[in-house]
Design a protein around this ligand. Structure first.
Ligand code: SF4
Ligand code: SF4
Length: 193
C-alpha cells in the first residue's frame, strides 16, 4: 500500500491533485456510488472510484495514464451521488493538465486529437466549425469517408451547411485574449513560476 509508505513523491502527487482540483480526495469513502452511476465506467474504463484509489495510493503513472479522465463527459452524476461531494470533473481536469505538463503520452490518442482540432477551430474561428473539425479528424485518423453517410443525412435535413466549410471567419479579440491567458498560464507552470 503505497499510500502508507510516506514516500515524498507519492505525497507530492496526492497533495498536488488535491490542490489543483480543489477536491478533498482524502474524504473519499471508496463507497463506489460515483462509479455506479458513471456513464463511462466499464470493464475497460476504471471509473471515478478506482481512479481516486490510484491517486490515494500514490500510483501517479497509472493515474496519469488512466483512460477514465479522457472519457469523462463532465455530466456531474458522480458528484450528485457522492456523499462527500467530490467533483470528479475537476479531478479529471487536474490530471489532464499534469499529464500534459509531464508529457505523458495520451492513453486515448483519438480523443486527444479531437480535442486539439476542436480547440484550434475555436481559437481560429471563435467557435467550432463542426464540418472542418470532423473532416480533419477523419483525415488524420485515416478514415476519410467514415461519417459520409451521417454527414449527407445531416446536410439534407439542414443541420449542417456545406457552405460552412468554405467560410473563413475569425475569432474576436475576446477569444484571442482567452487563448493567450491559457497559453501564458501553461508557460508559467512549465517554468515553475
Ligand atoms: S461516491 Fe464519493 S466517496 Fe464514494 S467512492 Fe465516489 S468519490 Fe469516493
Ligand atoms: S462527471 Fe465524469 S466521472 Fe463523473 S459520472 Fe460523469 S463521466 Fe463519470
Amino acid at each position: 500500500m503505497n499510500r502508507l509508505t510516506g514516500a515524498a513523491v507519492e505525497k507530492d502527487f496526492l497533495s498536488r491533485v488535491i490542490e489543483e482540483s480543489g477536491q478533498n480526495l482524502l474524504a473519499c469513502l471508496q463507497c463506489g456510488k460515483c462509479s455506479g452511476g458513471c456513464p463511462i465506467s466499464s470493464d475497460e474504463v476504471a471509473g471515478p472510484r478506482r481512479l481516486i484509489a490510484e491517486i490515494l495510493y500514490g500510483n501517479k503513472r497509472q493515474a496519469l495514464e488512466d483512460p477514465t479522465w479522457w472519457y469523462c463527459v463532465a455530466c456531474g452524476t458522480c458528484m450528485t451521488r457522492c456523499p462527500v461531494e467530490i467533483n470528479m470533473y475537476r479531478v479529471a481536469t487536474a490530471l489532464a493538465e499534469m499529464a500534459e505538463e509531464e508529457k505523458v503520452p495520451p492513453s486515448e490518442p483519438d480523443i486527444h486529437l479531437f480535442e486539439e482540432l476542436f480547440l484550434k477551430s475555436v481559437e481560429k474561428y471563435g467557435r467550432a466549425n463542426e464540418l472542418k473539425v470532423v473532416m480533419n479528424f477523419n483525415l488524420r485518423t485515416h478514415h476519410p469517408f467514415k461519417d459520409m453517410g451521417v454527414g449527407m443525412t445531416l446536410m439534407r435535413k439542414g443541420a449542417i451547411n456545406p457552405g460552412e466549410f468554405l467560410k473563413g471567419g475569425r475569432a474576436g479579440e475576446r477569444v484571442a485574449r482567452i487563448f493567450s491567458r491559457i497559453s501564458s498560464k501553461a508557460q508559467r507552470k512549465g517554468t515553475g513560476e
